[in-house]
Ligand binder design. Structure first.
Ligand SMILES: Nc1ncnc2c1ncn2[C@@H]1O[C@H](COP(=O)(O)OP(=O)(O)OP(=O)(O)O)[C@@H](O)[C@H]1O
Ligand SMILES: [Mg+2]
Length: 260
């Protein structure tokens, strides 16, 4: 039986692995190498919320929203009501001149209103996204829009482009702490090219779903595991999954653990 206090992830197999889904109001991490399926998983999580009438926000740090929209089109999900915040760092971020921080007045755009054409140069504003300014903006947005689900895609981009002001680990931890205190259910994607790497974000995340990519003679195989889940039992097995036209589909036959 699925406990009433759990939030469905949008992926049936993952709900089973998490013994019902996420405990709401906490921050979670989805980690994995490039192309593993982190953004797709995060979008399925938001789509589940939208279907239940929840208010959902996608913070885009890796690609312009129009590109995200095009990439997600194949899945035919209705994402019209999704709020998308364009927090891509400006190309001019490396200039030493003073830059405007991302404004706390910045408004997310509804997915339905985002054009699919490639963004042209006049659309680039002089926008500096620092962790601090993003946190301030989120604070404003959470009060104003009462989001139930928030995705930050990705914390790795935030780390690479936006952390000039403080020490990396301290900044990440304060951001995670803020998310935990804000009581929104959040999913942060993190690039993890090396399984042995310890993520600063993992400390404060209440759970970590890890995607793995392995190559054999037939091609690339994908696997998923739950690395940690505070305050809950969970499935320890590693499962194979496919990315299909319906998104991530987990094959619930347990596999031998993948090497780490
Ligand atoms: N419509 C589709 N059908 C099947 N597979 C797809 C489809 N769209 C994307 N994929 C697969 O999913 C991968 C991308 O998934 P996703 O963008 O979620 O990865 P990611 O982990 O977020 O990667 P990155 O770290 O680069 O952001 C592609 O490389 C491709 O293999
Ligand atoms: Mg991605």
């Amino acid at each position: 039986m699925i406990p009433a206090a759990r939030m469905r992830t949008g992926i049936a197999g993952l709900d089973k692995m998490l013994h019902g889904g996420f405990v709401p109001g906490r921050p979670y991490i989805v980690s994995g190498p490039p192309g593993a399926g982190k953004t797709i998983l995060a979008m399925q999580f938001l789509r589940e919320g939208l279907e239940g009438g929840e208010r959902c926000l996608f913070v885009c740090l890796e690609e312009p929203p129009n590109e995200l929209k095009i990439n997600m089109r194949a899945f035919r999900w209705n994402l019209d009501d999704l709020d998308v915040l364009d927090a891509n760092s400006d190309i001019r971020r490396f200039e030493p001149t003073p830059l405007l921080e991302i404004s706390t007045e910045e408004e997310p755009a509804k997915m339905r209103s985002i054009g699919e054409r490639i963004r042209k140069s006049p659309d680039f504003e002089s926008k500096e996204v620092s962790v601090h300014s993003l946190q301030q903006l989120l604070k404003t947005l959470l009060v104003k829009k009462h989001y139930e689900r928030v995705v930050i895609d990705s914390i790795t981009a935030l780390r690479y482009f936006c952390m000039r002001e403080f020490e990396e680990a301290v900044t990440t931890q304060s951001f995670m702490r803020y998310l935990a205190e804000s009581k929104v259910t959040s999913l942060l994607t993190v690039e993890l090219p090396d399984e042995a790497e310890v993520l600063a974000e993992s400390f404060l995340a209440r759970g970590e779903v890890r995607l793995h990519k392995l190559r054999d003679e037939t091609g690339i195989k994908r696997f998923v595991s739950v690395e940690k889940y505070k305050g809950s039992s969970h499935d320890d097995a590693v499962y194979a999954f496919d990315i299909t036209n319906a998104g991530i589909v987990i094959n619930m036959t347990p596999r031998a653990p993948v090497a780490s």
